[in-house]
Write a protein that binds this ligand. Structure first.
Ligand SMILES: O=P(O)(O)OC[C@H]1O[C@H](OP(=O)(O)OP(=O)(O)O)[C@H](O)[C@@H]1O
Ligand SMILES: O=c1cc[nH]c(=O)[nH]1
Ligand SMILES: [Mg+2]
Length: 209
């Protein structure tokens, strides 16, 4: 079974509280999502493998560590996942970026896919799929199905706010995937929104409501 971790570093919790506030405007919302994503990237990359290399400092020859693992790609689920890309790239700047476009039908709450563009070698990459919200889990599950169908096998999912319903659904559907969230909230309401949550992440990031 993949990991499930709530990344509750005090800085992450503090910044998340700022964006949960309904009066937080687009500018600060974007900045905080960016900063939280950087902090989360630092945490989720903890188990990246290292290897020894020989280097020469100005003083002496020396054996030191360098990253040894697979190459990395970040895959935001559009639109809201876009808000997490730059923050993540602050920590792992050489990562490739793939895009998966999906929206949730407001009535059925089922995801509808509308765009896919991925690095050609995703089967050889460590993928970090990012989306601020994990609600019913439908969008994340569909994204994983789609990535696995195209050959991806090494996938981690990162979100800011998760509902217990979505965590269970995602882990039941894709038990191999590590799931990281900044917060595990209480429940989903009758409209499929996370409670207390932060509202519609895409609309708040892009100012569309
Ligand atoms: O777990 P689920 O029930 O599938 O809900 C979560 C999805 O809903 C939101 O996207 P939305 O459909 O609002 O699209 P947007 O990012 O374009 O706003 C969110 O960013 C997730 O992708
Ligand atoms: O609370 C929620 C649920 C789904 N999508 C969002 O943006 N927010
Ligand atoms: Mg939205």
């Amino acid at each position: 079974m993949g990991k499930f971790e709530v990344l509750d570093h005090p800085l992450i919790q503090h910044k998340l509280t700022i964006i949960r506030e309904k009066n937080c405007g687009t500018k600060v919302f974007r900045e905080m999502v960016n900063e939280i994503s950087t902090l989360m990237a630092y945490e989720v990359s903890r188990d990246m493998p290292l290897k020894d290399i020989e280097i020469e400092t100005p003083i002496a020859k020396s054996t030191q560590k360098t990253l040894a693992g697979k190459k990395v790609a970040i895959v935001p689920i559009l639109r809201a996942g876009l808000g997490m890309v730059d923050g993540f790239l602050n920590m792992i700047p050489a990562a490739k970026v793939g895009h998966v476009g999906m929206y949730r039908d407001e009535k059925t709450l089922k995801p509808v896919e509308y765009f896919v563009k991925l690095p050609s070698d995703i089967s050889q990459r460590q993928l970090f799929v990012v989306d601020p919200m994990l609600a019913t889990g439908g969008s994340a599950i569909m994204a994983m199905d789609m990535l696995k169908k195209r050959g991806a096998s090494n996938i981690k999912f990162m979100c800011l706010v998760a509902a217990p319903e979505g965590v269970k659904a995602l882990r039941d559907a894709h038990p191999d995937i590590d799931v990281y969230t900044a917060a595990l909230d209480d429940h989903l309401n009758e409209d499929g929104y996370i409670v207390p949550g932060l509202g519609d992440a895409g609309d708040r990031l892009f100012g569309t409501k």
